[in-house]
Ligand binder design. Structure first.
Ligand code: PLP
Length: 384
């Protein structure tokens, strides 16, 4: 990366590895030829592996929100009773999409920073019949991972469909859709998959396709039934982002070369290092213990986080995020997904220590770095 390129430590878009940038710059190619068919097959196989499904893994030219909308509108009908688990901005978005398409939505609002309680989900499902449960797995706005395995089990028991937004964690944490009973997995390109924004993915199993036959929400561009019919012919229904799909092939090759378990372990270790550094500075993590995300760390900010974010960007070329909505100014978030290794965590911690100190929150940079290094080492990561 050139010196002038900022280091992206936001929870997406993430830094692009050289192989991905090389793939993005290759000559154009025909989107309905043999080469595309082979590429789509390779990419779908790789995505299926990441999603833990033997169902379909469809590639859409859209951002992650497009995949959320595709899953909801292709599997549900207006008037369907839907339970939306809302623990932050992206749970809210799932609810908003379902409402926009006239589902009859009940919200289970989870306190920001907390994880959804599967017992409460079970309780809600026992009181009323729901067609579907929609939830995020990794709530990017709060750094919380909801216990979707248990939520999926309760959902399956109640005979409802489970639509799960894995946009900011697919490829960074295990997702076992078939084993856990997730019927539709939603993901995007610009997070753990190390691509620019522009592709979105939906993994859909048998129960999803049965639901799709009955579903009557209006849609067209994002109709998963059309996407599946085209995928069977090695194509996409509409002209896809060919360069991004070529780059997806390269990104999946990188993941295969490192090994999926090693990729997950690296994400977990970088999260541990980040948490250790901010804790050593005397700061408090925003997410509830036991449910902290391996891909994004949210921290109570002792200074206005908008100022901190600006300082790190302007003085250090390191991009972190502030809070969204009511958390604006109150928390900051560090993304550690995709290519991130200890070197980037180290640079971020140094910048953070300087930023906090400059904004009058004294902290010990050396202690923060030591804590990060120790935590990463304890988690089995290489720390150069
Ligand atoms: N869901 C989650 C959990 C996300 O983090 C994001 C983006 O940050 C989205 C959905 C929306 O994706 P996009 O911005 O690509 O539409």
């Amino acid at each position: 990366m050139a010196q002038t390129d900022p280091l992206l430590m936001i929870p997406g878009p993430t830094n692009l590895p050289p192989q991905v940038r090389e793939a993005l710059g290759r000559p154009g190619f025909y989107h309905r030829g043999d080469r595309m068919a082979a590429l789509l097959e390779r990419c779908s196989d790789g995505l299926r592996h990441l999603m833990g499904t033997s169902g379909d893994a469809l590639i859409l030219t859209a951002s992650g929100t497009g995949a959320m909308e595709a899953a909801i509108t292709s599997l549900l009908s207006p008037g369907d009773p839907v339970l939306a688990i809302e623990g932050g901005k992206f749970g809210e978005r799932l609810r908003e999409i379902a409402v926009a398409y006239r589902a009859d939505v009940t919200s289970y609002v989870v306190e920001p920073g907390h994880a959804a309680d599967p017992g409460q989900v079970r309780d809600l499902l026992s009181k009323q019949r729901f067609t579907a449960v929609v939830t995020t797995y990794n709530e990017t706005s709060t750094g919380v991972m909801h216990p979707v395995e248990q939520i999926a089990a309760a959902t399956r028991e109640a005979g409802a469909l489970m639509i799960c937004d894995c946009v900011s964690c697919l490829g960074g944490v295990p997702v076992r859709a078939d084993e856990w009973g997730i019927d539709a997995v939603v993901a995007g390109s610009q997070k753990c998959l190390m691509l620019p924004p522009g592709l979105a993915f939906v993994g859909a199993g048998e129960r999803a396709w049965e639901a799709a036959e009955r579903a009557s929400m209006p849609n067209y561009y994002l109709d998963l039934r059309r996407a599946r019919a085209s995928a069977r012919k090695g194509q996409t229904p509409w002209t896809p982002a060919t360069a991004l799909i070529a780059a997806l092939g390269a990104a999946l090759d990188i993941i295969d070369a490192e090994g999926l378990e090693a990729v997950f372990a690296r994400h977990a270790a970088m999260a541990e290092a980040t948490r250790a550094a901010v804790t050593a500075a005397g700061l408090e993590l925003f997410a509830q213990e036991g449910f902290r995300s391996p891909t994004v760390t949210a921290v109570h900010s002792p200074v206005d986080s908008s100022d901190l974010v600006r300082y790190l960007r302007e003085r250090h070329g390191v991009l972190i995020s502030g809070g969204q909505g009511e958390l604006k100014g109150r928390i900051f978030r560090i993304g550690h997904m995709g290519t991130v290794h200890f070197e980037q965590i180290e640079r971020t911690v140094e910048a953070l220590a300087d930023g906090l100190t400059n904004l009058s929150f004294g902290c010990d940079a050396a202690a923060m770095l030591d804590a990060a290094r120790q935590a990463a080492t304890d988690a089995g990561a290489e720390v150069n």
